[in-house]
Design a protein around this ligand. Sequence first.
Ligand code: 3PG
Length: 215
Amino acid sequence: MTTSKNAIVAQLAEVRVLPILVTDDVDQAIQCVTTLAENGLPAIEITLRTPNAMTVLREVVKACPQVTVGAGTILTPAQLDAVRNSGAAFGISPGITPALAKAAMESGLPYFPGVGGASELMLALEHGFDVVKLFPSDVVGSIKMAKALGGPFPDVKFCLTGGVTLESTPTLLQQPNVLCVGGSWMCPAALIGAKDWDGIAKLAQVAQKAAAAVR
Ligand code: 3PG
C-alpha cells in the first residue's frame, strides 16, 4: 500500500489507537490483523522483534491490502530499507539516530522516530519529523512528558506507546498534542496463540469505543 504520510497521520488522528503486534506466525498475524481491522482498528504496527518478522510483515501487507500495515522496531537503515521493500505503509522506531533519521527522510517512507525527551525530539525536528513516538511512554512520563514538551515544541504530535492500557487510553487521548496511543494489549500473545479471534475482536471494539468516547 502506498499512502502519504499526511493520510496516515489523518487516519491515526481518526482511530487514535494503534495495535502493536508481536508474532512470528504468518497465518496468525493475518488473522489477527484482519480481525482488528474488521472491528474498528484499520491501522496496525507489526514489530520487527521476532526472527520471522520481515516475512510476517510482507505476507500481512500482501494479504490485507485494506489495512494500513506499518512496521515497528526499526533500528537500522538496513531494516528501514527492507521495510520499504516489503510494501509496508509506514515505519516506526523506538528511538532515533542521525543515520536512521537521514535514511528515513531520503527513503520517502512515512516514518515516525522514537523520542524520550527534548534532545531526541530536537534531532527528529532537525530531520523534518514532527510526528514522533514517545517511548517508553510510561517510563519517561507519559502524558506529563507530552504536555511538558508541548511548551517548547507546540507543533509536534506524539504517539504514546509503552505501558499503555485500556484504562489509561481515555486520559492519554485527552492531551491535545497526543495524536494516538499504541499498545500490544489489543493483540496479546495468549489470545493469538489460542487463536481466540473473538477475544481479539472484543479488545478491538473496546479500544475503538474508548477512543471514540474522547471525541
Ligand atoms: C512498542 O513496541 O511500542 C512497545 O513495546 C509496546 O509497548 P506495550 O507492549 O507496553 O504495549
